[in-house]
Design a protein around this ligand. Structure first.
Ligand code: MLT
Ligand code: ZN
Length: 469
């Protein structure tokens, strides 16, 4: 599929694509290729054959059937906010953007569920839920551009997982076009359904390799009631998990995040204010419901206790919704604030009980192996999910940098394997983590993954080369 193509073949394929949907939605201009051919990874040069924007399930099916006939690789594409190259088209593939399929189709107040097309933007769904007096709790900084279909294809996590779980926990129905062009209507919004294998869950997190998600039914819940946010300054890594233990046993946390001083400095450079004067190597941001300030005293007692134990050195609690939002930005804006440094991203996870031991081990490893690079830590530590970002020095070329970081990744992932962790907690495998999949999935399991791929995508046209070869 990556063979050089004659101009005649190319023209014939494009003509064929134009029979699957309106010709105007088959784009070949360089701007579209650049825009739709990549995600936020920025490591790969986009090179799609074309970008197509179907407007209906039928058009998606036409495209898949045509791709089967021609053995044409398709890259399903959402908001392309991914960080592992899963939505990249750099091998002459056809990008199938779900952007035009962006309608909310149905809402049922009794079921508290909403059905929408795959191209609905996360924030639009969140706003829609709010208008109904409800809440869609899967949330993360890319909410303004990411698509629901992409969230499902990557089983998106984000900042509320400690309380609400992953995207998987909110999907009650899925419509998917398989690699043969059939339409599957999976689970149809049911809460209980014990009628055999639940194929819905195979497509969640499949990164576009098994089918193209075209519609989803999602549960909604009641909104958080007056959430309060605390940011705590933490002197050492041990303090982070000690704080987690203390606060989660007394309050129902809806978030427990951490970031390092080094990471904080990047958002401060973008104009945000320090949360308090004391500088500490690490910070925790936690959130809990606090209707009418009912839990403030309890939170302050915990704060005092933690200070006595030496787990924290300073802290602040939000006094208003606006202040809560500002505190959140200290954590949420990190990713964007470091993007210009082309960070090498690690997105790892272990069971919560293993976090302290893993942190100690990788702190030593990274200090030893990266003395010259700036290493930033942040992440959803309450879920056992740590983001380690290594910033590229300006004078180092991308290839050497990626190679150096890749070598350290091998050691990092070996440590992770000893702790039973995962090489990707939420960003996915895509292209960037493909070489390391075996640290998390053993050979037998990978063979089953391949066998499943063969069932749903017998011609290998759906996002080939992603997750595994
Ligand atoms: C985050 O937690 O900020 C996102 O996963 C993005 C990132 O890791 O850079
Ligand atoms: Zn994250």
């Amino acid at each position: 599929m990556t063979m050089p193509m004659s101009p005649e073949t190319r023209a014939a394929l494009l003509d064929g694509l134009r029979t699957c949907l309106e010709a105007v939605h088959v784009r070949t201009d360089p701007d579209s290729a650049q825009h739709y051919g990549r995600d936020w990874t920025r490591l790969y040069t986009p090179n799609p054959l074309a970008v197509v924007l179907p407007g209906s399930i039928e058009q998606v099916q036409n495209l898949v059937r045509y791709a089967c006939e021609q053995r044409l690789a398709l890259v399903p594409s959402g908001g392309r906010t991914g960080l592992s190259g899963a939505a990249v088209a750099c091998q002459g593939e056809v990008v199938v953007s779900m952007e035009r399929m962006n309608r909310i189709l149905d809402f049922d107040p009794t079921d508290r569920s909403v059905t929408c097309q795959a191209g609905v933007i996360t924030e639009s769904l969140q706003n829609f839920a709010r208008e109904q007096g409800l809440y869609y709790p899967v949330d993360f900084a890319a909410r303004g551009s990411s698509h629901i279909g992409g969230n499902i294809a990557t089983n998106a996590g984000g900042i509320k997982v400690v309380r609400y779980g992953l995207t998987r926990d909110w999907v009650t129905g899925l419509k998917v076009v398989t690699g043969s062009g059939e339409l599957l209507d999976l689970n149809r919004g049911l809460i209980k359904n014990a009628s055999g294998y639940d194929l819905r869950h195979l497509f969640i997190g499949s990164e576009g390799t098994l089918g193209i998600i075209v519609e989803a039914t999602l549960k909604l819940t009641r909104p958080l009631c007056e959430p309060a946010v605390m940011v705590l300054g933490v002197p050492d890594l041990d303090g982070i998990m000690a704080l987690y233990g203390a606060f989660r046993s007394a309050l129902e946390l809806s978030a427990f995040e951490f970031f390092s001083e080094r990471a904080l400095r990047h958002v401060l450079r973008k104009g945000l204010q320090r949360p308090f004067d004391t500088e500490t190597p690490y910070y925790v941001l936690l959130e809990f419901e606090n209707p009418e300030g009912r839990h403030t005293d309890q939170a302050l007692e915990l704060f005092e206790h933690a200070a006595e134990q030496g787990w924290l050195a300073d802290g602040v609690i939000s006094q208003s919704e606006t202040q809560a939002r500002e505190l959140w930005r200290l954590r949420e804006d990190i990713s964007e604030s470091i993007a210009e440094h082309q960070p090498y991203k690690n997105d790892i996870s272990v069971r919560i009980s293993r976090v302290p031991a893993l942190l100690t081990e990788i702190d030593a490893l990274l200090g030893r192996e990266y003395p010259d690079f700036e290493v930033l830590w942040y992440g959803h530590i309450g879920d056992g999910n740590l983001h380690i970002n290594i910033l590229k020095p300006a004078d180092l070329d991308t290839a050497t940098f990626a190679h150096t970081c890749g070598a350290v990744s091998e050691q990092l992932f070996a440590a992770l394997q000893r702790h039973g962790g995962s090489i990707s907690a939420e960003h996915g495998v895509g292209l960037t983590k493909k070489p390391y999949l075996h640290y998390t999935r053993d050979t037998t399991e990978i063979a089953y993954l391949r066998a499943i791929k063969q069932v749903f995508d017998p011609h290998g046209i759906l996002n080939p080369g992603k997750i595994f070869d």
